[in-house]
Ligand binder design. Structure first.
Ligand code: SF4
Length: 272
C-alpha cells in the first residue's frame, strides 16, 4: 500500500487549535501533543518551521515538494482558524505559486470560509480541495448548507469522527467529489457502528457520489459485537472491508483522478 501514499505530503504551516464542536472532544492534535510531552498548550496556535514548505527549494533549485503531489494542508490545526488570519494570506500566495500541486484541507469552520479567501479567489482555485467535516446529523445540517453554497471547485465531505447515524442525502450531488467516513481513534474513542457507515455508503451510491471508508476508529461495532481495533489496523481494516465506491487506485475519487495522468506519479509506481 505504501506506494499509493507517496503522492501525499503533509504541510502544517501552524500547529494548535481550539475546540468547536462534539467531534473535537478527543482531538488528535491534543492527544499527540500529550503523547509527545509538549509543554505548550494545544490550544495555543503557533507558526511552525514548515510554514514556507511549499516554496522551499532543493540544492538543484527544484521545489522540495515535487509537482503533482497532494499536499495535506493544516492537519494539526484548522486552516480557517481565526487565530491564523494574519498568516493565511501568505499561505494563499504559496498555494497560488504552486499551481502544480493539489492543496487539500479539512475544516470544522466552514462558516468562516468567505472571510478567509484571497481577493482573486473568484469561483475557487483549481488546485484547492476543501473538505467539510461533520461528526453527527446536527453538524451536518449546520455546516453542509453553508458548504454547498460556497464557490469552491473541489468539495468533499468528511464524516469524522462518526458519532452517530447521519443522513447526507439532501447534500449529495455531482458537486461533491467524495464522502469519506472515519471512526474515532484514541484511548477515549467513542464507538462507531458499521451500520452507520453502510448507510452513508448507500446514500452515496444512490446519488453516484464517490465514497471511501477511511478508518474504523478504535471502538468498532459490527453485527452487534464491539471490537477494540489497535491504531495500526484502523486504516487497513477499513480498506479490507472493500466497500469504497468510485475510488481510484491512489485512494482519490474518480472525479479527481480523471484530471491526473499516471505520468505525474512516476515516483509512486511500485519499484520493479
Ligand atoms: S477543529 Fe479539528 S484540529 Fe481543531 S480542535 Fe477540532 S478536531 Fe482538533
Amino acid at each position: 500500500m505504501s506506494e499509493k501514499w507517496d503522492i501525499y505530503v503533509d504541510w502544517n504551516p501552524w500547529h494548535g487549535c481550539t475546540k468547536v464542536s462534539a467531534g473535537c472532544k478527543y482531538c488528535y492534535v491534543y492527544r499527540q501533543d500529550e503523547m509527545y510531552g509538549s509543554n505548550v498548550e494545544s490550544s495555543l496556535v503557533r507558526k511552525t518551521a514548515a510554514f514556507n514548505l511549499p516554496i522551499k527549494h532543493k540544492r538543484d533549485k527544484s521545489y522540495k515538494i515535487e509537482p503533482g503531489k497532494v499536499v495535506f494542508t493544516c492537519f494539526t490545526s484548522d486552516f480557517l482558524l481565526k487565530d491564523a488570519d494574519e498568516w493565511r494570506p501568505e499561505c494563499w500566495d504559496m498555494i497560488r505559486e504552486r499551481s502544480d500541486c493539489w492543496f487539500y484541507f479539512f475544516t470544522k469552520r466552514i462558516e468562516r470560509f468567505m472571510d478567509c479567501v484571497p481577493a482573486d479567489w473568484g469561483n475557487g482555485y483549481e488546485n484547492v480541495l476543501v473538505g467539510c467535516t461533520v461528526e453527527n446529523q446536527q453538524m451536518a445540517d449546520v455546516r453542509l448548507p453553508i458548504f454547498k453554497s460556497l464557490p469552491i471547485k473541489h468539495k468533499s465531505i468528511m464524516v469524522a469522527p462518526m458519532l452517530g447515524p447521519v443522513n447526507l442525502e439532501p447534500y449529495l450531488d455531482s458537486t461533491i467529489e467524495e464522502v469519506a467516513v472515519s471512526g474515532e481513534s484514541g484511548n477515549d474513542a467513542r464507538p462507531c457502528n458499521y451500520d452507520w457507515i453502510l448507510s452513508v455508503r448507500e446514500q452515496c451510491i444512490s446519488k453516484n457520489v464517490p465514497f471511501r471508508f477511511h478508518q474504523t476508529g478504535a471502538i468498532f461495532i459490527k453485527d452487534g459485537k464491539t471490537y477494540r481495533v489497535k491504531r495500526q489496523y484502523q486504516l487497513s481494516q477499513a480498506h479490507k472491508a472493500n466497500i469504497d465506491f468510485r475510488i481510484g487506485k491512489y485512494f482519490v475519487p474518480e472525479t479527481v483522478l480523471f484530471q491526473w495522468s499516471d505520468s505525474d506519479y512516476h515516483d509512486s509506481e511500485p519499484k520493479k
